[in-house]
Design a protein around this ligand. Structure first.
Ligand code: ZN
Length: 565
């Protein structure tokens, strides 16, 4: 594959018309039927892959533009067009995939392209049928409704108007009163909009369940695992992992919260204290956006492994949109334009240490995508999510020795906090996963019952949480801010599985940074050419599903944080 580096504003793909794409597929079909040997089949797969790259590039660009400005009517219209078209494109692709997996040449083709592609295509085939096309369009519309609703929030605080990303910096203010009051503003918005939020989710849950039933699943959970392309682990593995978190991490988290209260000089960590670990306030990056980009160049140059060259390319080609502004969608993500072999990262900087974390995280994704650009299939450019997040969270830990470039003397304090928050994230992450299993197992539950389910999860995984008299959260409403639950169902355990792997990179980097970096870069290059367990094993990582895996990592963390009691 040869790519040519272009600037972001030169990235363009003509809007596809369904009839044109269908004609291209018909041509591929004819070539497939006429193929006389394995080479001819390989050529068809290659041509189809080029087409998929073009369609993916177009779709990703449309999504990105909408996220960059949710108030822009043209972007919105393009997104609506894409939402309508995508299920019809999926139909065409799935028909092709069905042919490939049923091909008598499958063995030979697997030896060229690897068996993972066939496993992924099998999952795709089981997750789609033309009879759910209209439902998928409806699902996209509900997703957009949720994104719009949150992006349009105008939150008044201390005489200013903020969106959620802007307000978030006050949630980690060193002044406890500011933390409390800014949280009150945030959650009052949720209390005011609870009916809309409940209605959107209720419709999503019912719609997703209906789709699953049409495809022959008992409930949405089975379909969701296929949609997430989990090809080498299932519900029982995930359940075991959650049990290990309850056993090995929840007690540690309880201990960490007690220590946090001690450090902060308060009786108890309340909901509005959860994100702060030092009475002086969390460490902050010592400059603004442009300064950080400059520091990042130095950081990645110092790390080697091709990171420096890669980051310069990202900067020069303007493949980053990191500043917070009005009407920009919340969150951070990495997307890509496979026709051009280029990734793009999106974030909302707000002046907190989270900027550095989100930044290294998304660069981790982007670096992996770029490193995999020579993989033979678009399906291999990124692995499935639980593996993807190893690259992002892994880089967060591998950049530790460079953190003085952003935090100066506070670098050590930053790293301590980063580790603490990572450990505290594990119970929260599995709570989000467990919650969704409960929700989709009882799709007829009322919104009120769903809030009860979340409270049950908080009691199980976050037993120290105390929401005081804040609006909305005490009745079990916190999950409604967790956008994955609305937009990417069951995409969450992935973070905890990956973090368990990333923490192993952390342990190894402390013993031998060069070895850890080498192994990390090699993993990035492997992209999505293998399923999760194989990828992890190839990098010398112990699978999170293996008994005792968490105990080992947690033991190392305890030692580092000096809590061996
Ligand atoms: Zn990520």
């Amino acid at each position: 594959m040869t790519y040519q580096a272009v600037k972001f504003d030169e990235i363009h793909v003509d809007r596809p018309e369904y009839t044109d794409v269908a004609a291209e597929f018909a041509k591929l079909d004819a070539a497939w039927e006429a193929a006389a040997d394995a080479d001819a089949y390989r050529r068809v797969i290659h041509d189809w892959d080029m087409l998929e790259r073009r369609l993916t590039t177009w779709g990703n660009l449309v999504d990105l533009r909408f996220n960059q400005d949710t108030s822009n009517a043209d972007y919105k219209q393009a997104r609506e067009y894409s939402d309508e078209l995508k299920p019809r494109l999926t139909d065409l692709a799935v028909r092709m995939k069905r042919k490939l997996i049923e091909s008598p040449y499958r063995g030979e083709l697997e030896s060229t392209f690897g068996s993972q592609a066939f496993a992924l295509w099998e999952a795709d085939v089981l997750a789609f049928d033309p009879k759910i096309e209209a439902d998928l369009v409806k699902e996209s519309k509900l997703d957009a409704e949720f994104t719009d609703l949150l992006a349009a929030a105008k939150l008044q605080f201390q005489g200013g108007t903020y969106n959620f990303a802007g307000l978030a910096k006050f949630h980690v203010d060193s002044d406890r009163q500011v933390r409390y009051e800014s949280n009150a503003v945030k959650w009052q918005w949720f209390a005011d909009n609870v009916q809309q939020l409940d209605r959107i989710y209720d419709e999503q849950v019912r719609l997703r369940t209906a789709m699953a039933k049409k495809l022959g699943y008992e409930d949405f959970i089975g379909l969701a695992y296929k949609r997430m392309k989990r090809v080498d682990y299932g519900q029982a593995d995930v359940e075991r992992f959650r049990a290990a978190i309850r056993e090995d991490v929840v007690p540690l988290a309880t201990e960490l919260r007690r220590r946090q209260a001690e450090t902060l000089g308060i009786d108890q960590v309340m909901f509005w204290d959860e994100g702060i670990f030092d009475p002086r306030g969390n460490p902050k990056p010592q400059g603004d956006h442009d300064w950080m980009i400059d520091r990042a160049k130095h950081m990645f140059d110092a790390m080697g492994g091709g990171l420096g060259e890669f980051f310069r390319l990202m900067d020069e080609c303007q493949l980053m949109d990191l500043k917070n502004r009005d009407n920009k969608a919340g969150g951070g993500f990495c997307t890509d334009f496979p026709t051009f072999g280029l990734p793009f990262i999106f974030a909302n900087f707000n002046g907190t240490k989270g900027d550095v974390e989100v930044f290294t995280h998304e660069i981790g994704h982007a670096f992996q995508g770029y490193s995999s650009r020579e993989q033979p299939l678009v399906d291999y450019l990124f692995p499935t999510y639980e593996s993807c997040e190893i690259h992002s969270m892994g880089l967060e830990f591998l950049t530790w020795p460079q953190m003085d470039k952003f935090f100066g003397e506070d670098a050590e304090r930053f790293c301590q906090t980063h580790l603490l928050q990572s450990l505290l994230f594990l119970p929260y992450g599995v709570a989000v996963d467990h919650f969704q299993h409960l929700v989709y197992a009882s799709p007829d539950a009322t919104p009120q019952q769903r809030h009860e389910m979340w409270r049950e999860m908080e009691a199980m995984y976050l037993p120290t949480r105390n929401c005081g008299d804040l609006p909305h959260v005490p009745m079990g409403g916190q999950w409604q801010f967790q956008r994955h639950i609305y937009l990417s169902p069951f995409y969450y355990i992935d973070y905890t599985l990956a973090l368990t792997c990333a923490l192993q990179f952390w342990v190894r980097s402390r013993a031998d940074m060069a070895e850890a970096m080498e192994s990390y870069v090699a993993l990035c290059k492997r992209g999505g050419s293998a399923p999760f367990r194989q990828l992890a094993a190839s990098a010398g990582l112990v699978s999170p599903f293996e008994d005792g895996c968490l105990r080992e990592v947690v033991g190392q963390a305890r030692e580092f944080l000096d809590i061996n009691r």
